[in-house]
Design a protein around this ligand. Structure first.
Ligand code: NAD
Length: 352
């Protein structure tokens, strides 16, 4: 049986479990709201389905409830921050609040954030910046399991390393480009495997490095006990972006890069380099507003291509999903709901 739940109800359930797992009521509410917003935005892979993993990570000791961001370095427009293994939905927001204030004051701010637990949907942070009229760029690495293969390689060597660019558009909703550098999300392969589906060419290699259409290769260990791997998007170009995210989000921040065999830990750590720019301070606000508006209007005049209704800009699909799902509810598949119920039971919360 699957479940379609209203956002408020789902959020309250998730918050109860987070609180029982050790979070203060305010932290539990904020993390739950962030996860539900990811579901509302159409990104179920980064929504409430992450909760069981968080509960396990707290028990493992890799995720620390009620931790706050620590400032290691502060020279005005450059800050070195440490998430201290706190919820990414908390320390990521704290880091952005600090960075946004600095960018408003000085015109720009660059900050590194190391040792954040899973930051969730990176677009959330870009939306915080664009709401204040700021441009923001984010490069993120993932310390969890090496599920993505380097271009020309035959096994997984790094995570789904997301990157994100937010640009405010005067008088209109912002451009929010936000994606994993893998060709497709790992969570989508699990769904395809459970349905017994095959996936298109170019998504996967098997445990021997051979291209395959079987999503099971990244879901269950294969004959030799190894997993296959996801490919990067855009062939060598996406691969280059994934490496840049690892070097900037992992090495430059001090959070560390992935260079070891996979283990079974449930903890997911992210490192993030963020660049914030205030167009008002740069002195180009007027022309920026005009040129951006003209360019987006020009894009939208393109006639729809085959199979499309219209040209959209990044950020629009998420906004459309939000208004539909707020009205119709959020669909949670049976397997995910079962895991949430089990996570609740681990911390003494009965979910009905
Ligand atoms: P995706 O492939 O769905 O791409 C999403 C991006 O493409 C969005 O910016 C969206 O607005 C844009 N887009 C989609 N359709 C469009 C269209 N028709 N026209 C114009 N733009 C369009 O996303 P994904 O790669 O599956 O990533 C999903 C989420 O996962 C992201 O929010 C990302 O931050 C997150 N993520 C997080 C981590 C982590 O460790 N924290 C790791 C990987 C991914």
């Amino acid at each position: 049986m699957s479940h379609t739940l209203k956002a408020d109800h789902l959020q309250a359930t998730v918050a109860r479990i987070l609180e029982a797992a050790g979070s203060s009521p305010a932290e539990a509410r904020q993390v739950a709201a962030n996860l539900v917003l990811a579901n509302l935005s159409g990104h179920d892979s980064h929504g409430v389905g992450m909760l069981p993993r968080y509960v396990d990570a707290v028990a493992e000791g890799g995720l620390k409830p009620n931790a706050a961001v620590r400032v290691n370095l502060d020279i005005g427009t450059l800050m070195g921050l440490d998430g201290q293994h706190g919820y990414g939905q908390i320390v990521g927001v704290q880091a952005m609040e600090l960075g946004i204030a600095r960018a408003k004051q000085h015109g720009s701010c660059i900050f590194t954030l190391a040792h954040a637990h899973h930051l969730g949907r990176i677009g959330h942070f870009a939306e915080m910046a664009t709401a204040q009229g700021l441009v923001s760029m984010h490069f993120v690495n993932v310390l969890s399991r090496p599920v993505v293969a380097p271009w020309g390689g035959g096994d997984g060597r790094f995570g789904t390393n997301p990157c994100c660019i937010g640009i405010p558009l005067s008088g209109a909703e912002p451009f929010v480009l936000d994606y994993a550098t893998s060709r497709v999300a790992q969570g989508k392969m699990r769904v395809a495997h459970n349905k017994g589906e095959r996936v298109p060419d170019g998504y996967l290699i098997d445990e021997n490095g051979t291209p395959t259409n079987d999503p099971g290769v990244v879901v269950v260990p294969q004959g030799n006990g190894l997993f296959g791997a996801l490919m990067t998007f855009g062939e060598h170009k996406g691969y280059g972006m994934a490496v840049a995210c690892e070097l900037l989000g992992g090495a430059l921040t001090g959070g560390g890069t992935w260079h070891r065999q996979a283990d079974t830990a449930r903890t997911v750590l992210n490192g993030m380099l963020t660049v914030l720019i205030d167009p008002a301070k740069l002195g180009t606000q007027k022309s920026f507003d005009e040129e951006a508006r003209e360019f987006v209007a020009w894009l939208r005049q393109s006639p729809p291509g085959q199979g499309f209704e219209e040209v959209q800009i990044a950020g629009e699909p998420e906004r459309k999903a939000r208004s539909a799902r707020r009205k119709d509810g959020i669909w949670v598949d049976d397997a995910t709901w079962g895991e949430i119920v089990a996570a609740g039971a681990k911390v003494g919360v009965q979910v009905s």
